[in-house]
Design a protein around this ligand. Structure first.
Ligand SMILES: *[C@@H]1O[C@H](CO)[C@@H](O)[C@H](O)[C@H]1NC(C)=O
Ligand SMILES: *[C@@H]1O[C@H](CO)[C@@H](O)[C@H](O)[C@H]1NC(C)=O
Ligand SMILES: *[C@@H]1O[C@H](CO)[C@@H](O)[C@H](O)[C@H]1NC(C)=O
Ligand SMILES: *[C@@H]1O[C@H](CO)[C@@H](O)[C@H](O)[C@H]1NC(C)=O
Ligand SMILES: *[C@@H]1O[C@H](CO)[C@@H](O)[C@H](O)[C@H]1NC(C)=O
Ligand SMILES: *[C@@H]1O[C@H](CO)[C@@H](O)[C@H](O)[C@H]1NC(C)=O
Ligand SMILES: *[C@@H]1O[C@H](CO)[C@@H](O)[C@H](O)[C@H]1NC(C)=O
Ligand SMILES: *[C@@H]1O[C@H](CO)[C@@H](O)[C@H](O)[C@H]1NC(C)=O
Length: 421
């Protein structure tokens, strides 16, 4: 391998060695719907694969390295399917792409991967097939477009255990040469970035944009114009330091509640914070959890909220019953993740904090993750809902909005009516 081994260079090498054509087209953005699964709170998307094309439902994993599906014979039937051979350039570049050493079995390139929900791992073949999804002009989905040679991983059927019923794999959006955003960016020659907006509703769709803005939501708001940015750390540059080299993370300097600085354990000069669509709720390292919940309880009680018995898995719960004679329910504190300066923060409001658990009780949607966590904060799905988040790999920055409800729009406000031609 030449010393000039930037990821793009490697990808072009790969494309030329497989004789893949660069698709020449004006497509700059692709779009996928996101549905929230009610019993598991996982987020699912649907795209099309194989010949003939069939829809496949996949769980979304922000930190996953690639797309995997079950290739069980009874499910997978495609005339365009190929597995990567052991001596192929794709197989030999896998170590560089994924930091995973491939194995050879029956002249098939085998790698090991994980079901992140169950933590089960397995070996499966690196594979290539047609993938298809819709382009967008930012306003509506447009033409269905196909990538003839999309690289993915074939999982054995048993690895599906633990996924929501109807889903047949996981869509990794992590920072990797084989993740969906990177493969699409390389094929269509657009900026390597994507944005995600999760809807809290199980009846309406959130959205993923892969590629460039605009991102237009009803009533005509281009979300790209209201993003706030913070530096995004991309770990694959020093992958060996981490067991999960494909995650994105940011540094939170400190946390405020109701605008006041929450004192943390002095071992924290900054709090390493990642984003997860797999964890339904935010997970805090124990000392962060204790400081934040103590402060939150104090502020909530000061605003006349009543602490009530805990409801698992939550430990901090308040009454939502109507007090006789009171006209309004007391407000809940808001939480700020303080970023690179005093004026840049991600404010989390009540709809993303309080989880209604029954008619009379709502609980703070933060969980204690235990001590010695790699991340002080793992922002979970509930806290991301109705917040728009853009991951830009080229500029190494994260764009976010805080709650779109304040802008009188929401994550289910993209118009999914097809407008081809
Ligand atoms: C696979 O697809 C082909 C062509 O569509 C069809 O003839 C064949 O019966 C299918 N096989 C299975 C196992 O479904
Ligand atoms: C090895 O590959 C050949 C050709 O693809 C196939 O016919 C055979 O069944 C495979 N053997 C095993 C043990 O998987
Ligand atoms: C890819 O995009 C860049 C920047 O937009 C442009 O300079 C370059 O010519 C494009 N390459 C191809 C092969 O279209
Ligand atoms: C602060 O964190 C360190 C390291 O995690 C721990 O050993 C110590 O007990 C913590 N102190 C407090 C007051 O929680
Ligand atoms: C809390 O309730 C007391 C007594 O009803 C009232 O005087 C006070 O203003 C309330 N405080 C807040 C912050 O609403
Ligand atoms: C919650 O409130 C609804 C509507 O007021 C009622 O139908 C339902 O039975 C209540 N559920 C419980 C568990 O009290
Ligand atoms: C959604 O898009 C379609 C096609 O462009 C358009 O006809 C329709 O009016 C749009 N709906 C809304 C609510 O904007
Ligand atoms: C979408 O498909 C139609 C019909 O095939 C074609 O006329 C049109 O140019 C395509 N639009 C784009 C943006 O590729």
């Amino acid at each position: 391998m030449a010393s000039n081994s930037t990821p793009t260079y490697i990808y072009f090498l790969l494309i030329s060695s497989l004789a893949l054509p660069l698709i020449s087209s004006p497509i700059k953005t692709l779009v996928l719907p996101i549905a929230k699964h009610s019993s598991t709170s996982q987020y699912l998307t649907t795209l099309y694969q194989r010949t003939p094309l069939v829809p496949i439902n996949l769980v979304i994993n922000l930190g996953g390295p690639f797309l995997w599906v079950s290739c069980d014979n009874s499910r997978y039937n495609s005339s365009s399917y190929r597995s990567a051979q052991c001596k192929s350039p794709l197989c030999s570049l896998t170590h560089k792409f994924l930091n995973i050493q491939p194995q050879c079995s029956n002249n098939t390139c085998m790698i090991t991967a994980e079901n992140v929900i169950t933590s089960k791992i397995s070996s499966g073949s690196l594979s290539i097939d047609v993938l298809s999804l819709r382009a967008t002009n930012g306003l509506n989905p447009t033409n269905l477009t196909s990538i003839p040679r999309f690289v993915f991983w074939c999982a054995p059927e048993f690895l599906l255990q633990g996924l929501p019923s109807g889903s047949t794999g996981i869509l990794g959006l992590g920072h990797s040469q084989l993740s969906l955003p990177t493969q699409l960016a390389n094929q269509y020659n657009f900026t390597e970035k994507f944005a995600i907006c999760l809807s809290p509703s199980t009846n309406s769709n959130g959205v993923i944009f892969i590629g460039e803005e605009p991102y237009v939501f009803f009533p005509g708001i281009d979300i790209s114009k209201i993003l706030i940015y913070t530096p995004l750390a991309i770990t694959s540059k020093n992958a060996r330091e981490f067991s999960d080299p494909h995650e994105y993370w940011i540094n939170v300097r400190y946390i405020r509640i109701n605008g006041r600085h929450v004192p943390l354990n002095s071992s924290y000069t900054k709090i390493k914070t990642k984003f997860s669509t797999i964890n339904p709720y935010t997970i805090l390292e124990t000392s962060v959890y204790n400081s934040v919940t103590n402060y939150f309880i104090r502020e909530a009680i000061a605003a006349n909220n009543t602490l009530v018995d805990e409801v698992a898995p939550f430990r901090v719960c308040f009454s939502t019953a109507e007090e006789t004679g009171s006209l309004t329910r007391p407000g809940m504190p808001f939480v700020d993740l303080m970023l690179q300066s005093e004026i840049v923060f991600w404010r989390i409001f009540e709809p993303n904090l309080m989880v209604p658990v029954n008619n009379n009780t709502a609980c703070l949607g933060f969980l204690d993750g235990g001590i010695n966590q790699k991340y002080g904060i793992i922002v979970g799905g509930y806290q991301l809902e109705d917040n728009f988040v853009e991951f830009d790999m080229v500029k190494s920055r994260l764009g976010f909005t805080s709650s779109l409800l304040l802008r009188e729009t929401s994550c289910d406000s993209f118009n999914f009516t097809n407008n081809s031609g």
